[in-house]
Design a protein. Structure first.
Lengths: 570, 331
């Protein structure tokens, strides 16, 4: 097992980044991304540093060119307030956020529309807005003016008015009030100290701020838009909700590099829809797209061999498949049965069989890509050892027999890795004494049941979380949304669990928060967890060598910094 | 003939009505969550879910007439899902899809790509299927015949999604070559890129249908070649090419025409997969996406639309059949 922690690596990487800043004269640069719900082939950059030959900042930036990447599904909508899935990958290129604290590198905060943030007390946030953040040219008839606090107010009003707004989960639970004392100040108060405020307020998922005209004049924000971001103009006719989009350089963009050259360097970014992996891979090799996320290390290695000077960014994916139990139903209301499941899973075997050595690591209750928030492998060995004999013994103790019949729902899905988990899961559970009756459901049915906690147990796919808040909140009394949805409810059964989870939200520093997250996990382990993330893997994002100044390590925050990437052959 | 065509068209209308009711009901009674649940997403609340159901019209009764448990047992519903859909179908707008886009606009944008794909596919089918069928029949039981028949069996046996993947993988592995995959290129914008994009998927679709056509051409040719008039033609001293080309082929090709017409319906189905693999934004691509997200409006409309195409094609083939073979009379 590695002896250096994730955060050690991040700290080392930060030194590298600072060196690069000396070159670019700016905050960290890059194409580091992890589109909040995954699936983009433009989604490197959420974790450990690795050598990236061919794409580090070197030479003089070249202005111009079009960067092309692939998305794998429908946009659905490009409303920055409500859209999930693929669109949050493009929003930071079009719009601005107040600021965004990197969720995987929390001592890095990208200041965008807000130049500074002050916290006079633990619940008050005062954002001083930047001047000269100017809306891009557009054919919507929206004036090319500077954004000010009235735009932030209109955006916040829209979140309050729209029950589909992504940030509603934050504002409903934590927001007390907000106001704009003047044109360059936006102020908000939370109901209680909330450690994740700056992680959430400017995240690409829900945190991008369009001009107020889009709301006040009833514009169709689901299909059109204009922003003051680096590529604020959406090329007319380029957007299709099942296809792609082209965004164009904002000549009014406020940012310039050290030499005075205006960002962004690239003229355009095009996102194209290529659903299937093989054509996506072919399009990458043929340079029709400029980046590609390999299926695993083997494929990445093959492409590196095939294409000279290809750059690879290795990032832990904030994704996992989990085994979820419903502790309000038999047999999972018995702690011993939940513990039996805890010991039934040989998480290392999933790694070995699905992604191979170096392709991933076993998870604890908080997944390992979240670095120091996760418990160490050594501690996890003690807390959740693989021991099918112990599982059978616990089942024997609880039922009088060394095996038990259980029902497990799972979605029928073509999402990568899910199909590979299932046979391993069934075999391991059988070995540990669980006789499973499978209930394979179509995705939508499963999702509805999973949301409403209408199941005994579930093999639950594709959980994507950039902070430890959500995986812990699955155990909280009211669940991750605070409304009972997804709430497994260990927190309501065990007050000490609820207390420990809530303590993680009130921490005032990163160090405190790490300690609180560790403590919450230990308390949940003591009370037999009901939500078991199995393993997370490493993503291998490949870039053609002409894509320069790509950097990893910031997670989705890096999307705001694509402005500093250039194409050598522009 | 006119009466026959009118009768067939009336039968077709009845068939389309049955098809519309069937697909309408199947979508709604099939297991699984409704489209509102899918659209509601991960942060779904009951309030939001109900609001989406209302927007999509899913709270309306299914049909204009519904049965009740109390007298008068029957209820008439002026606002109902089926009739609303049929009205949209006839109004030309075809309603709106899950994303709020008019289905007619989407079809208008996507139809040229699918039609082009099908036209090239038919050309591939004819150019491969008929000549190889003739070769196979003329050189019966020779190595050429065995080779062609083996090829036909492979064509029928290989799933088109797998062949489509191979058609992308092999050139990219051997020559770093790929057809345009990031956008659907119009023929009028770039003829060369358009053909680079459409010929490979047309080959994939055409390989399957050409295999069927080849086998049918072969058996039909063998049947005709045994006829007395062929023997007579040969005994007159006509060249073999004239015997085959002028006498045998013309008669043996009649059933082949029927089969090619019928295959177009199957090709539309195949296009759903092939368009996805080759990233062609055609009707098939749209249909598959709608199926995945249970977009009732699109799936219903496209099913009826494809049904109408099949009915019209069948009629056209029958009429063509009579034209090709004057002995055939419809009454």
């Amino acid at each position: 097992m590695p002896t250096t922690s994730y955060w050690d690596k991040i700290r080392r990487q930060r030194v590298t980044r600072r060196k690069m800043l000396a070159v670019t004269g700016a905050s960290a640069a890059g194409l580091a991304i992890a589109a909040a719900c995954g699936g983009d082939d433009d989604d490197g950059g959420n974790g450990e540093a690795s050598p990236t030959p061919g794409n580090v900042a070197s030479g003089t930036p070249v202005v111009g060119g079009k960067y092309v990447y692939a998305i794998t599904g429908d946009w659905g909508t490009i409303d920055p307030v409500t859209s999930v899935a693929f669109a949050p990958g493009i929003f930071p290129r079009i719009y601005n956020a107040l600021l965004d604290r990197s969720r995987i590198s929390p001592d890095f905060t990208y200041f965008d529309l807000a130049e500074t943030v002050e916290q006079p007390d633990e619940t008050t946030y005062i954002f001083a807005l930047r001047s000269g953040v100017t809306i891009a040219p557009n054919d919507l008839g929206i004036e090319e003016r500077d954004l000010d606090s009235s735009d932030v107010m209109a955006w916040m009003d829209q979140i309050q008015a729209n029950e589909s707004a992504v940030l509603r989960a934050f504002t409903n639970l934590w927001l007390d009030s907000y106001e704009a004392p003047d044109a360059v100040t936006f102020q908000m108060k939370t109901t209680e100290p909330y450690a994740y405020t700056l992680f959430r307020i400017g995240a690409p998922l829900g945190g991008c701020i369009p001009p107020k005209e889009m709301f006040e004049e009833g514009r169709d924000i689901t299909n059109t838009g204009v922003g003051a971001g680096p590529w604020g103009t959406i090329q007319t006719g380029s957007y299709s909700n099942t296809g792609g989009i082209v965004v164009q350089r904002n000549p009014n963009y406020y940012g310039v590099d050290e030499s005075g050259t205006q960002w962004p360097y690239m003229d355009e970014i095009e996102a194209v829809r290529i659903s299937d992996r093989q054509p996506r891979r072919a399009a990458f090799i043929d340079t029709q797209i400029h980046t590609y996320t390999a299926e695993d290390r083997e494929e990445a290695d093959g492409l590196i061999t095939e294409i000279a000077d290809l750059a690879v960014v290795e990032d832990p994916a904030n994704t996992f498949i989990a085994f979820t139990m419903n502790p309000t139903r038999a047999p999972w209301d018995d702690e011993r049965i939940r513990r039996a499941a805890l010991h039934a899973l040989d998480r290392q075997q999933y790694v070995d069989l699905i992604v191979g050595e170096g392709g991933g690591r076993p998870n604890g209750l908080v997944h390992w890509p979240l670095g120091d928030f996760a418990l160490t492998p050594e501690e996890l060995e003690e807390l959740q050892p693989y021991d099918p004999a112990m599982s059978r013994s616990l089942i024997q103790e609880a039922t009088g027999s060394d095996s038990i019949d259980i029902n497990v729902i799972y979605p029928v899905s073509d999402i990568e890795f899910h199909d590979k988990h299932l046979p391993i899961f069934l075999q391991q559970m059988a070995d540990a004494g669980f006789n499973i009756t499978e209930d394979a459901q179509d995705f939508t049915t499963w999702l509805a049941n999973y949301t409403a906690v209408e199941y005994d147990a579930s093999l639950s796919l594709n959980q994507v979380y950039e902070t430890p808040e959500v995986p812990l909140d699955f155990h909280a009394a009211q669940g991750p949304q605070g409304d009972g949805n997804f709430a497994i409810g260990i927190g309501s059964l065990y007050p000490e669990v609820e207390e420990a989870i809530q303590a993680t939200k009130a921490a005032t520093s990163v160090e405190e928060q790490i300690e609180a997250v560790h403590n919450a996990q230990r308390v949940i382990y003591e009370n037999a967890p009901a939500f078991l993330p199995i393993m997370s893997w490493t993503g291998f994002t490949l870039y053609h060598p002409f894509v320069k100044n790509v950097q990893e390590g910031l997670g989705a925050t890096g999307l705001y910094l694509t402005r500093e990437t250039w194409l050598e052959q522009a | 003939m006119r009466q026959y065509i009118i009768r067939r068209l009336l039968q077709g209308a009845v068939l389309l009505f049955v098809l519309s009711v069937t697909v309408f009901l199947l979508l709604r009674i099939a297991p699984g969550a409704d489209p509102a649940r899918i659209k509601c997403g991960l942060d779904c609340t009951e309030e939001k879910y109900q609001s989406i159901r209302e927007d999509l019209g899913l709270n309306d009764p299914y049909f204009p007439i519904s049965f009740t448990s109390s007298p008068p047992w029957i209820e008439f519903n002026s606002d109902n899902q089926y009739w609303n859909w049929i009205q949209e179908l006839f109004s030309g707008s075809l309603g709106t899809d899950w994303n709020g886009e008019p289905v007619a606009t989407e079809l208008q944008n996507r139809l040229p790509a699918t039609v082009e794909l099908l036209v090239i596919t038919i050309m591939v089918t004819v150019l491969l299927g008929i000549p190889f069928g003739i070769i196979s029949a003329v050189y019966r039981n020779s190595p050429s015949d065995y080779g062609v028949r083996l090829g036909a069996i492979l064509g029928l046996a290989i799933p088109n999604f797998w062949l489509a993947t191979l058609v992308i993988l092999i050139p990219i592995s051997l020559w770093d070559y790929a057809p345009p995959l990031t956008e659907t290129v119009s023929f009028f914008d770039s003829p060369w890129d358009n053909l680079r994009q459409f010929v490979p998927p047309a080959f994939v679709l055409g390989a399957v249908s050409a295999a069927g056509v080849m086998r049918l051409t072969r058996s039909s040719m063998l049947e005709v070649m045994r006829q007395d008039y062929i023997r007579t033609a040969r005994s007159k001293g006509l060249a073999e090419t004239t015997v085959i080309g002028a006498h045998a082929l013309k008669n043996s090709v009649i059933p082949v025409v029927t089969v090619i017409g019928l295959q177009i319906a199957g090709l539309l189905g195949g296009a759903v997969i092939v368009e996805q693999v080759f990233n062609i934004q055609g009707v098939g691509f749209y249909f598959l996406g709608a199926l995945v997200r249970k977009d009732y409006q699109v799936v219903q409309t496209l099913t009826v639309y494809i049904g109408a195409v099949v009915i019209i094609l069948n009629l056209a083939v029958d009429v063509l059949y009579a034209w090709l073979d004057p002995r055939i009379r419809y009454s």
